[in-house]
Design a protein around this ligand. Structure first.
Ligand code: URA
Length: 235
């Protein structure tokens, strides 16, 4: 379908000549890129069309990247603490939203908020092996010998065995990155405790091959573009 026809059909207040003018001013984007011509062809079922930054048209599901601050809980409701859903701005709210997976109250970073149960299930299933990457600060220096131990699969308290994980050391001995492929309760903290260390701060920086946007402030949200959704599931 032509872009101008599609926008005019979805936004009663905009005529096709209005759309032409908005395109000329760079205020219409297709999959994140400004388009100057209003007569280009788009796929209304796959492409993400925005006018002045606002998405146009019906999409079955919505996918939101939230940079969760500390002190907020990953729940749909909570009597005491602020929930991640309370951080979603009104224009992105819709019925059925939930956090796909949990970060602890004191963990920061990437939480996916969606209304797509099937995608969340795939993303969270240990069988899918979707990597989740964390930036970890520890109380004691991270020993090099831990790299092969994490790669083999650690046994944590209670005798639970973890899937192989990638521990990536940095120049700072108190900071490392950890990639895990499952989501046991308090997993990262328990992995370091099993090695005689302690996590002092934790931030999730990517899910699958989708990284947390570096420009997203704590507490900020952005809608994940259609073309990026599949990265949430890629290994
Ligand atoms: N592992 C933890 O210990 N806490 C989190 O919030 C996420 C992973």
């Amino acid at each position: 379908m032509r872009l101008d026809r599609f926008i005019a059909s979805q936004r009663g207040e905009l005529s096709r000549s209005d759309v032409k003018e908005l395109c000329r001013r760079g205020q219409v984007t297709v999959n994140g890129a400004a388009v100057k011509r209003s007569d280009v062809q788009i796929d209304e079922n796959r492409d993400e069309i925005c006018v002045r930054g606002e998405a146009v048209g019906y999409r079955e599901h919505i996918y939101i990247m939230l940079n969760k601050p500390q002190g907020v809980v990953c729940a749909t409701r909570d009597g005491l603490s602020k929930t991640v859903l309370e951080l979603i701005p009104p224009e992105l709210r819709r019925r059925g939203l939930f956090p796909a997976g949990r970060l602890d109250k004191d963990t920061e970073g990437f939480v996916l908020i969606t209304d797509d149960g099937a995608l969340a299930h795939k993303m969270l299933s240990p069988k899918s092996h979707v990597p989740k990457t964390y930036l970890v600060r520890t109380a004691y220096p991270v020993a090099e010998e831990l790299v092969p131990a994490f790669a083999q699969g650690l046994t944590i308290d209670g005798g639970e065995t973890c899937l192989p994980a990638e521990l990536i050391l940095t120049d700072d001995p108190f900071q490392c990155r950890l990639v895990i492929h499952e989501g046991k309760y308090h997993q990262v903290k328990r992995m370091f405790e099993a090695c005689g260390n302690r996590v002092t701060s934790l931030k999730r920086i990517s899910i699958g091959r989708l990284a947390l946007d570096e420009n997203l402030p704590l507490g900020g949200c952005l809608e994940i573009l259609h073309k990026d959704v599949e990265k949430l599931l890629s290994c």
